[in-house]
Write a protein that binds this ligand. Structure first.
Ligand code: GUN
Ligand code: FE
Length: 430
């Protein structure tokens, strides 16, 4: 089906151009052209007057939907998720990071050495992202070339937009996941070349984390990131035992942050998951370089890692986003991750009162506009932003006269994919 140039949706439109508050447009129209938002209007403007009373077949080059009492919100973005851990969700979460990696995660990732396993699992992973409304995401694959290609294809088939990383690890890993350094770099180069011009599903450089990468590998990956202008994602400062290990492995670096920074992996297109235990210096370097910290509150609780001081870091001017971190996190739904971020901040506040509680609009902002940063104008309905939207329906709440904000609160806390009536990405229904 060819895409009509103009898309007009009617409903209760809500977004967060700033973290401070929700902007709510009751019974309004959002108009986009060629996948980009033109604006939000209480009445249809000039050229479009009267289209809402025409039959769809009489509308040339305009697609119009009246969603009545439903909410129209920016679609969700997951800034840190492991596709390979999709089937691992919920398993072995009585452990902390290092034993969990060794006993559950690494043996599980080994399964992706078989293409057949990737063919069985990855289409379901893509289907789940679509279902929960995470229409864009930053994904870890595994070290395995063929399986990663199947992952890319599954995401494309589902119409999603993503950055996908071929994972690199060349030390401190079981034999079956430990790569030869030169081979790892060669395969990463091939992976980038194969997908760099793909309009929707693109490559991202993905050293797993400092303990499983040699200096040579990290430097080589930093060179590739620069050569091809590709973003970078990894893990940082998640767990005290991990921190101690990094100290032993890199004795010349004063902190975990310094390891990545010294190896050239530190720039404004870098995403670093966790950051529970960053030093003051590490945070300052991140702020200066524009590195984005990806807060993964579910994983931090499940693996007893700790609570990242989110609001302190926001107030210090760091760039932060949200990730599900499936399978250390159990829920694919970013609305659930927003709730967990708020709940984590409440626990921290209880024990350290000077650390303030995260507001709902801040959490929503993180999972939409803040998470969209890597793609440019994404995650909000301001003019020129990508027309990426979810339509949220709750008939019972409609019938009982809930306000749009009440319906949004209810969806974020209690809603699921059954409440998502439609999904739009770049102005196209998917
Ligand atoms: N650190 C290194 N690898 C991983 C992983 O797969 N999950 C999490 N949560 N942390 C990691
Ligand atoms: Fe992770």
């Amino acid at each position: 089906m060819t895409m009509k140039e103009t898309l007009i949706l009617k409903g209760n439109i809500i977004h967060c151009p700033t973290p401070r508050e929700f902007e709510i447009h009751e019974n309004s129209y959002i108009i986009s052209r060629k996948g980009k938002v033109l604006g939000i209007y209480p009445e249809l403007p000039g050229d479009y007057k009267g289209i809402d009373s025409k039959l769809p077949e009489d509308l040339q080059n305009i697609e119009f939907h009246d969603f009545g009492q439903a909410l129209i919100i920016p679609s969700f973005i997951d800034l840190h998720i492991h596709a390979s851990q999709y089937m691992q969700r919920g398993l072995g979460l009585d452990m902390q990071l290092i034993p969990w990696l060794e006993q559950y995660t690494f043996p599980h990732e080994k399964l992706f050495a078989q293409e057949e396993y990737a063919r069985r699992i990855y289409p379901h992973f893509a289907e789940s992202l679509h279902s929960v409304g995470s229409l864009r995401s930053c994904i870890f694959g595994t070290i395995h070339q063929e399986s990663n290609e199947i992952l890319m294809q599954s995401l494309m088939d589902r119409g999603l937009i993503a950055y996908v990383g071929k994972v690199n690890m060349d030390c401190n890993a079981p034999d079956y996941l430990c790569e030869n350094t030169g081979q790892s770099l060669k395969e990463t180069r091939a992976f980038i070349k194969e997908f760099q011009n793909n309009p929707r599903v693109k490559p991202i450089i993905t050293p797993r984390f400092a303990p499983s990468c040699t200096s040579e590998l990290m430097r080589g990956l930093a060179d590739l990131a620069e050569e091809f202008d590709v973003p970078i994602q990894s893990h940082i400062s998640e767990n005290p035992e991990e921190l101690q290990w990094v100290k032993e492995l890199f004795p010349h670096c004063d902190s975990y942050s310094e390891v990545y920074r010294n190896h050239g992996l530190w720039n404004s297109q870098t995403l670093m998951a966790h950051g529970v235990y960053l030093t003051e210096q590490g945070k300052e370097w991140m702020r200066q370089a524009g590195v984005q910290v990806v807060h993964c509150p579910e994983a931090n609780l499940n693996l007893t890692s700790g609570i990242m001081p989110l609001t302190d870091m926001l107030d210090a001017g760091l760039i932060i986003g949200l990730g599900s971190d499936v399978g250390a996190g159990q829920s694919m739904a970013i609305n659930r991750v927003m709730v967990r971020a708020i709940q984590s901040s409440k626990i921290l506040h209880k024990f350290t009162p000077q650390s303030r509680v995260l507001s709902l609009s801040e959490a929503f902002y993180l999972g939409t506009k803040a998470n969209g940063r890597l793609w440019g104008k994404v995650g909000s309905f301001e003019p020129e932003y990508s027309m990426d939207a979810l339509v949220i329906q709750d008939e019972l709440a409609d019938r009982e006269g809930f306000s749009p904000l009440e319906k949004l609160q209810r969806f974020i806390y209690c809603g699921d994919d059954r409440n998502i009536a439609a999904r739009y990405l770049e102005g196209r229904r998917i």
